[in-house]
Design a protein. Structure first.
Length: 540
């Protein structure tokens, strides 16, 4: 017995019905914010979707936000992934070496131009900030590759815990394309009959690809991929005929939302939140353009037989009019109020796309430290969205990368002390560091207050002042700050090295003290000898 195709089709139709509710909304986002991204299931390749766009404020602000996310979350020129044991420090050299090797391997794969990670994750940021949802697939075809799926193709479904663990994809193939992918014998009987008819390579049919947990697929056994955690199947949408069944150990699709309203599968985005303002800016820009066109190229009002011959309105034209006749222009409205309104709405749209983050307002005499702190404060605004993207997009993608690398022999299996549930992903991107800086700033404020109080009471109550300063574990401060700021480990001495240096310093101090004491004793001996000599001479 294979997958329950009726249940799969019913599940897809329910998710598709939810998608239908946002179809028009997504279409406006596509036209007015992200014309390069199609949300139509058929793909509509090559269509210019910017013809309805008069105001480009949202498109430009959206582009800057995508750039900010890429450079602050997944910069390929920096290390942004560190693997650590969950809830504890590293134990033993073998465990530490494996975690370092796994972290370095992930970064090397992400940086490889053949993997497509850079373009794939950029498209994901582009989609999630436009339509509120995105999917990145991780697959192996000789090397590990990444691909961002178009939003018009994905139909995710959440489980009872709100996790998107089921993915439906809607594909359009001609009968010939379907036969090439699945084999002629695996097609439905009616479809096989059309293969040799004219038009077999023109008209398309709809197919569903589903990846879902085994326990949700209502199957006892599948023909291939037995005992896999996730079932993968291709079905004909119209008949429910199963063309192929297989399985995955892990869900190859990492699907993430920008923000989620309670009870929703699909997410919301900065573009969706201000789509009404974006529509208004587009209408206002179009009206302003038309008004200024009329001002620059006005409509003339002339009396009958005013002009001798045909009236010409082209630049530099000469018209001859009859004596006493007049030529007027049709009154045109003043575009100033429209332009003022447009300026206000453009500022609002820019802030909705976090325009303040992309540009730091510099002030005179700002130090480098102040600039860095200002940047970190601005990035912290993205923290709630960063956390969701790490959980739903980056985390699963990293784990899929590790699983494929181990299966293909590119990475040795982890030590017995490390299983997947015991591995924690520590993000050290600029955005992640900005979140951690809050703890550093909190410590800085707390320690400043403590030290100030101790200094104030020290003259009158030195014991109480010492109790205050003893509260600060100064020996832990360097490591705490270094970890928060992601300082390179090779720049930090270990506790053993510090202890050895302290012991060496103590020995040098002891030797110095002994030499100093010996020197003074020698001086005293000389002085005594001189005194004795003088006394002898006097006595003599």
């Amino acid at each position: 017995m294979g997958i329950d195709s009726k249940r799969v089709i019913a599940g897809f139709e329910a998710v598709a019905a939810d998608r239908e509710l946002v179809k028009n909304l997504w279409a406006d986002v596509s036209y007015l914010v992200d014309p390069g991204m199609s949300t139509e299931e058929s793909g509509s390749k090559g269509r210019d979707r910017s013809v309805r766009m008069f105001n480009s404020t949202a498109m430009e602000a959206h582009s800057r936000l995508v750039t900010t996310l890429f450079s602050s979350m997944t910069p390929l020129n920096l290390e942004w992934v560190h693997l650590q044991p969950l809830g504890r420090g590293r134990e033993g050299e073998e465990e530490g070496l494996w975690l370092d090797d796994a972290s370095n391997l992930c970064m090397s794969i992400f940086r490889s131009p053949n993997s497509g990670f850079g373009s794939g994750i950029t498209e994901c940021f582009q989609s999630v900030t436009s339509f509120g949802i995105t999917t990145l697939s991780t697959f192996f075809d000789g090397i590990i590759r990444y691909r961002s799926l178009p939003p018009g193709e994905i139909y995710p479904q959440a489980n009872q815990y709100g996790k998107l663990d089921t993915m439906y994809r809607l594909k359009h193939w001609t009968p010939i394309q379907a036969a090439e992918k699945f084999g002629r014998k695996n097609l439905p009987k009616d479809l096989r009959k059309t293969l040799d008819k004219p038009g077999a390579n023109v008209e398309t049919d709809e197919y569903i690809h589903v990846v879902m947990p085994r326990e949700q697929a209502s199957l006892s056994k599948i023909s291939r991929g037995n005992n896999k955690r996730y079932v993968s199947a291709y079905l004909d949408r119209k008949t429910g005929h199963v063309l192929r069944e297989s399985g995955f150990d892990r869900n190859p699709y990492a699907t993430a939302r920008w923000a989620v309203n309670s009870g929703e599968n699909l997410g919301t985005s900065p573009a969706i939140k201000v789509i009404d303002k974006i529509r208004s800016s587009n209408i206002a820009e179009e009206a302003a353009i038309r008004t200024m066109q009329k001002i620059g190229d006005p409509t003339f009002l002339i009396e009958d037989d005013t002009v001798i011959g045909r009236f010409v309105s082209a630049a530099g034209a000469v018209n001859t009019k009859r004596r006493g006749s007049t030529i007027d222009t049709v009154p045109v409205g003043d575009p100033t109020p429209t332009l003022a309104y447009l300026e206000r709405i453009e500022e609002f749209i820019g802030k909705s796309f976090f325009a303040d983050i992309a540009q730091i307002p510099l002030q005179d005499r700002m130090t480098a430290t102040e600039i860095i702190e200002r940047r970190q404060d601005q990035l912290s605004v993205l923290s709630p969205y960063n956390s969701r993207l790490e959980e739903e997009l980056l985390g699963p993608t990293i784990m899929n990368t590790l699983a494929i690398s181990i299966a293909q022999g590119a990475l040795r299996p982890p030590p017995d002390s490390l299983v997947e549930s015991n591995i924690s992903i520590e993000y050290v991107s600029p955005l992640a560091i900005s979140q951690k800086m809050g703890r550093v700033q909190a410590f800085n404020q707390w320690s400043t207050i403590i030290l100030g109080m101790a200094q104030a009471i020290a003259p009158s109550n030195p014991r109480a002042a010492k109790i205050l300063t003893d509260k600060i574990k100064t020996e832990n401060v360097p490591d705490f700050v270094a970890k928060a700021l992601n300082v390179a480990q090779e720049l930090i001495r270990s506790d053993d090295e510090v202890q050895a240096m302290q012991e060496s310093s103590d020995q040098q101090q002891e030797i110095g003290s002994a030499l100093e004491a010996g020197g003074k004793a020698a001086e005293i001996a000389v002085d005594v000898a001189k005194a004795n000599s003088i006394a002898g001479r006097i006595g003599a």
